[in-house]
Design a protein around this ligand. Structure first.
Ligand SMILES: Nc1ncnc2c1ncn2[C@@H]1O[C@H](COP(=O)(O)OP(=O)(O)OP(=O)(O)O)[C@@H](O)[C@H]1O
Ligand SMILES: [Mg+2]
Length: 230
């Protein structure tokens, strides 16, 4: 596999990235696209689906991968105590392991903490609304808590999802987050309900469009992951 010249090199041991965020914020859909775009960019990629056990029937990444080829293998997660070791073992050398997680609820359980403990970078997906900003607080508090107790804490970046491109709310939310010191990715995932849009992609082979938000997000994520190499 050849990496395109503008794709930054990832460390030889690879980088692990987890997506966390509220139910329905688009985590699994994003990862479904990212796998294809990353593979196209020549980045070795695999996914680990750490959805809470029992969520398997609710549109999980593993189920999607059973229905259509994605750009890389999707592995079901082991019991949470084995998650960290398994994530390490499955990380493609020089590539990315992308971890999906189940809906983050205010009192997130052990699987979420195991995911945070297993990755280098965490992407918080959130829609740009007042309510989501408020709800994101429990994720941010969990990360602060890890730092406080001296536990491993992944680097956080925030990805605005379900964005209506014509509304000012994404700019406002981004400003609020940036003012509070958080890093917001410049790529936003638009809400797309079109028949061939992101909202209808589950169970199908993602349509990979060069220069699309998912393509740009893949590139931005590799750049973020590559920062660990330095
Ligand atoms: N960009 C988008 N535009 C419109 N609809 C979307 C978009 N992304 C995802 N959806 C739809 O929204 C719903 C939730 O998406 P998805 O399952 O990816 O979210 P999730 O964060 O993985 O949720 P969960 O935490 O429950 O696993 C699905 O019906 C999906 O098809
Ligand atoms: Mg999901």
């Amino acid at each position: 596999m050849t990496t395109s010249p503008d794709t930054p090199a990832l460390p030889a041991e690879g980088v692990r990235v987890a997506f966390v965020g509220k139910g329905g914020s688009g985590k699994s859909t994003i990862i479904g696209y990212l796998l294809g775009h990353l593979a196209e960019d020549g980045v070795p990629v695999a996914a680990l689906d750490a959805d809470e056990p029992g969520d398997e029937e609710a549109g999980s990444l593993v189920e999607w991968a059973d229905l259509a080829p994605l750009g890389g293998p999707v592995y079901p997660a082991p019991a949470r105590l084995a998650l960290r070791e398994r994530a390490k073992a499955l990380t493609p050398p020089g590539g990315l392991l992308v971890m999906d997680t189940g809906a983050w609820v205010r009192k997130a359980g052990g699987t979420h903490f195991a995911a945070l403990a297993s990755v280098d970078v965490v992407v918080l997906t959130m829609a740009p609304t007042r309510m989501e900003l408020d709800r994101a607080g429990s994720v941010l508090a969990a990360l602060d808590h890890l730092t406080e107790v001296g536990a491993h804490c992944p680097r956080l970046v925030i990805c605005l999802t379900m964005v209506n491109p014509s509304a000012a709310s994404a700019d406002e939310t981004e400003k609020t987050l940036a003012d509070a010191g958080y890093r917001v990715l410049s790529t936003r995932v638009p809400r797309s309900d079109a028949r061939d849009g992101y909202g209808q992609a589950f169970g199908r082979t993602p349509r990979l469009v060069a220069g699309s938000p998912m393509d740009l997000l893949a590139a931005e994520l590799v750049a973020v992951a590559a920062e660990d190499a330095g």
